[in-house]
Unconditional design. Structure first.
Length: 322
């Protein structure tokens, strides 16, 4: 029996996306956004504190150190929207810096209701900050925020971590163009980008010895079992992280350890997987620091400032809509 806590519309979208991705010619895929249900979001929060995964700490170090300077470069009054807020812990530095000069509305945009709840709990007590969550996809939520602001309100969009790296490079640039189309000239986008580093360091970050990333990846199959009535045997898959040197990205896959047939009733799908066949679940593209201003210029922004963490090469980039 199919059981789900998701609204019917979301189940339908999930099933439709799963069907389209798993029936692609060649490499089977699953959309990475579905990694982040309640269980997946909790596992990702754990990944972020693992010693092997330095990205989140680098992201936070830059925000803590430079929040005042970042905010100082922005006009008033300003509202803040965050694409994929997670628990919102890193965002505190920006909101506290803003709260010292104005009342601020903060709009976390997430498809995970548990992440939105955690975000409201984490940030809702900051003086002069009101948290209004949007349980929507990124661009849909951003349009809602942009259309609801006053004529004099500027907008700062946060896209932290390295979520832009989950997009293929062309798709990432198209996403930035679509973001820019929603904004007014002078609005800002604070974009986090993970930078190139040794392959060994990157591989270990996505293949931790404790197996948390493996559990995070396998939870996507468990979620399909729970919400789409699928019959994936998680014991017949193993997590695999690999470095693609041509595309400069870490890829996460789930490898079938035997020939098997899987049924996904809500998607009207029955698939046969060969032994060693993989399902590609997520990518994390890495950048060179000098690429970011060039990418900004191609997508309707100018790079106003860039801050780089040297301990774990990572960049915060303040982009201004032209």
């Amino acid at each position: 029996m199919l059981t789900s806590s998701l609204p019917v519309r979301h189940v339908s979208e999930f099933a439709s996306d799963v069907r389209a991705s798993l029936t692609k010619p060649g490499q089977r895929e699953l959309p990475s956004k579905y990694l982040y249900d309640e269980v997946g979001s909790a596992l990702f929060e754990t990944i972020c504190v693992l010693p092997e995964y330095g990205l989140t700490r680098a992201d936070a170090r830059l925000l803590e150190k430079h929040a005042g300077e970042i905010v100082g470069r922005l006009p008033s009054p300003i509202q803040v929207a965050e694409l994929g807020s997670g628990s919102g812990k890193k965002t505190r530095w920006i909101l506290e810096a803003l709260s010292r000069r104005q009342k601020t509305y903060y709009y976390p945009i997430e498809i995970s209701p548990s992440a939105l709840a955690a975000c409201a709990k984490e940030l809702g007590q900051i003086d002069l900050v009101s948290v209004v969550g949007h349980e929507q996809p990124y661009l849909e939520g951003l349009r809602s925020v942009a259309e609801g602001r006053g004529d004099k309100d500027h907008l700062l969009v946060l896209f932290l971590g390295s979520t832009i790296g989950n997009f293929d490079r062309d798709a990432g640039e198209e996403f930035l163009r679509e973001t820019r189309a929603i904004l007014r000239p002078g609005d800002a986008l604070l974009l986090g980008t993970d930078l190139e580093k040794s392959v060994e360091l990157q591989w270990l970050a996505y293949n931790d010895p404790a197996g948390v990333t493996a559990a995070f990846n396998l939870n996507l199959l468990a979620r399909m079992n729970r919400e789409l009535g699928a019959d994936f045997d998680l014991g017949s898959f193993r997590h695999e992280a690999r470095w693609n040197s041509v595309e400069r990205r870490i890829e996460m896959h789930l490898r079938s350890t035997c020939q098997q047939t899987v049924k996904i009733p809500a998607a009207g799908l029955r698939i046969m997987l060969e032994e060693d066949e993989t399902i590609w679940t997520e990518s994390s593209h890495k950048y060179k620091a000098e690429e970011i201003p060039e990418m900004a210029a191609r997508t309707g922004f100018r790079c106003d400032a860039q801050w780089i963490d040297r301990e774990w090469p990572f960049a915060q980039n303040l982009l201004i809509a032209r």
